[in-house]
Ligand binder design. Structure first.
Ligand SMILES: Nc1ncnc2c1ncn2[C@@H]1O[C@H](COP(=O)(O)OP(=O)(O)OP(=O)(O)O)[C@@H](O)[C@H]1O
Length: 607
């Protein structure tokens, strides 16, 4: 059948498949087939038709081959004329041509079907990802599951096509051959089955042993891929080169690779030994079948045409059987787990959550809020009670790891509190959408797009004009007349698409401009100024205070020189609020804030 289309997908590595509780190939394939049918019913039915004709064309070829050889023998014996013999020859030629044509049509249509179904599966995956709670991305098991679901969305078509081919191609061909051989001589049908049994068993043994190999080698592969990244990845290689650590990583890489090669070598050795034994059994089996055929044809129990047709078909039967078991079913059974993940993932929540628009000009209230990240018992936030009146500028300060970023995310509703509640007015934040909220994160995105697109992406539906964008750039410290921005708002940023690479500080300013562009009633700056010098940071925060005059604003920073613009400062320590007040109040009391401020005093001129 030569279905080359699946080859590249067989290379997909599925990790920890053995740990997955699978509902099985049949049930998942049937569910997947339903999705394929719904994606494009006419194309799906056309594919079933092509596959059936393709299967039947191989059967037809066997019939025409027998007919032609019999006709040739009859022509030599003067029983039929040349015209009739040529007709049979043409019939055999046409059946061969039909086979090749259907092979091409079937494979090509499978690719087209894959594209069409791919649109639907990608759409389903994107919808499901859009519905995820952000905190789920912090859970590595959950991330693993999502990654497998994404792989499943790509594998679904090929896994389901395996079932369709099994029913509409292989079953048609094998049933015909079984019937054909049995009607010729029952012993022939039986002998072929006997020769195939060890072949099928050995293929299954190989699948199992390679599955085991995949499980054993997955952690080693991750290990050496990590060492390889440390030497070659854009993010790593400069520092690795500077540290002179390339040899160190090369040694680690080589030793992991050795471990992996050893595992693969043992598995390959077993496989080759098994194949050798199998080949011997098959050759003996073939020899016996050919001997039987010879005896039958000599005794005139079967015709010369039947002898030739069976001889030609034995190899094809074997190769189809081997292709079906080791390649198609082998690959499908390895990857059906990912399809199951995909089906589970897209069915998790059928209805998109309906969230209300976020109310504006209301107080934000946190009542006894605690939060812990997935896969850890440690509380990142503990029993936080806080009311942020509408229009207040609140600064959150504290040492590294005290919970500032986590608190911002809980306030925005990106993370749901493990205990307690966050409300906007009277409405729990979990029932609200993210509109009227703007945030610039510590780890902001560097979109490889134009300056204009980098800004307007925060609110695509907002009408813009050049002057407004220029003004926002100005307030965020994006100096468009700088060399980097030749072309004003239009130059492409980032190297991915041959754009201009700008400095870390410039990227941060672009991120701030993006945050400012979005219409918002709540604005959060989670330390987006680490790559900007302190004086420029102070200027930015002063501008920010003016922009946020009628908004609720939350700023997170380590540099206490900037927090004086805030109406109120809270100090976090180990996930708890330890101080709360204005700068002038906190500086006059002994406590965390004063300690932090004193240690930074040398940076600032204190009025
Ligand atoms: N993804 C995560 N999974 C588990 N724990 C996390 C995760 N992210 C943060 N934490 C933990 O939660 C606590 C609070 O982290 P958070 O990032 O909120 O602190 P922070 O005050 O913003 O730190 P920094 O000043 O370094 O940005 C820390 O103990 C941190 O180790």
């Amino acid at each position: 059948m030569n279905r080359k289309r699946s080859q590249c997908f067989w290379k997909v590595k599925v990790k920890s498949m053995g740990k997955m509780k699978s509902k099985g190939f049949l049930i998942n394939s049937l569910k997947g087939i339903k999705i394929m049918f719904e994606a494009n019913p006419s194309m799906f039915l056309l594919h079933v038709f092509f596959t059936t004709v393709h299967g039947a064309s191989w059967a037809l070829q066997v019939v025409f081959m027998q007919k032609f050889f019999d006709a040739a023998q009859n022509f030599v014996a003067d029983k039929i004329d040349l015209g009739t013999a040529i007709l049979y020859l043409m019939g055999m030629g046409l059946s061969y041509a039909l086979c090749q044509l259907m092979n091409g049509v079937d494979n090509c249509h499978a690719l087209i079907l894959n594209k069409s179904v791919g649109k639907r599966t990608n759409g389903l995956i994107h919808q499901s990802i859009d519905r995820l709670n952000v905190v789920e991305f912090e859970d590595t098991h959950r991330l693993d599951f999502i990654n497998k679901a994404i792989a499943g969305s790509q594998n679904l078509v090929w896994v389901c096509l395996t079932l369709l081919d099994l029913v509409f191609f292989y079953t048609i061909y094998f049933s015909f051959m079984g019937w054909y051989l049995f009607t010729l001589k029952p012993i022939l049908g039986l002998s072929i089955v006997i020769v195939f049994i060890p072949c099928i068993l050995s293929k299954f043994a190989q699948i199992l042993s390679f599955k085991k190999l995949e499980e054993q080698s997955a952690p080693i592969r991750r290990e050496y891929e990590n060492y390889e990244r440390c030497m070659t990845d854009k993010e790593f290689f400069k520092e690795t080169r500077l540290l002179g650590a390339t040899d160190f990583f090369t040694n680690l890489y080589t030793s992991s690779l050795k471990k992996l090669n050893r595992l693969v070598f043992i598995a390959q050795l077993k496989k080759n030994l098994l194949n050798l034994i199998l080949d011997i059994v098959t050759v003996i089996g073939y020899g016996m079948i050919i001997y039987m055929l010879f005896i039958f044809v000599m005794n005139q129990e079967i015709s010369v045409g039947a002898f030739a047709a069976v001889l030609a078909s034995i190899y094809r039967l074997y190769s189809f059987m081997s292709e079906l078991v080791s390649e198609r079913i082998g690959w499908a059974s390895e990857n059906v787990g990912t399809v199951e993940n995909f089906l589970d993932f897209v069915n998790e929540r059928n209805e998109p959550e309906k969230r209300m628009p976020r109310p504006q000009k209301v107080d934000i209230k946190l009542s006894n809020v605690s939060f812990s990240y997935p896969m850890t018992d440690k509380m990142a936030l503990e029993n936080i009670s806080l009311t942020i009146p509408s229009g207040q500028t609140l600064a959150i300060v504290g040492e590294n790891g005290s919970g500032k970023t986590t608190l911002c995310r809980v306030i925005m509703g990106l993370y749901e509190a493990s205990q307690g509640e966050v409300t906007y007015g009277d409405v729990p934040v979990k029932n609200l959408s993210y509109d009227h909220t703007s945030a610039v994160f510590q780890k902001y995105c560097k979109y490889n797009m134009t300056v204009r697109e980098n800004l307007i992406i925060s609110q695509m539906d907002k009408p813009t004009d050049e002057a407004m964008l220029m003004d926002i750039c100005d307030k965020s410290g994006v100096i468009l007349k700088d060399e980097s921005y030749r072309g004003g708002l239009n130059p492409m940023l980032g190297r991915d698409f041959d754009g201009t690479e700008i400095s870390g500080g410039q990227w941060q300013r672009i991120a701030i401009a993006r945050g400012l562009f979005r219409d918002s009633d709540l604005m959060i700056l989670d330390e987006p100024t680490s790559a900007i010098d302190p004086l420029e940071e102070t200027r930015l925060y002063n501008d920010f205070a003016k922009i946020c005059q009628d908004k609720t604003a939350i700023i997170v920073t380590h540099r206490l020189g900037s927090v004086r613009i805030a109406d109120r400062i809270i100090v976090l320590k180990d996930g708890r609020i330890v101080q709360d007040g204005k700068h002038s109040e906190l500086i006059s009391r002994d406590g965390e804030y004063k300690k932090m401020f004193e240690s930074q005093r040398k940076w600032y001129v204190v009025e």
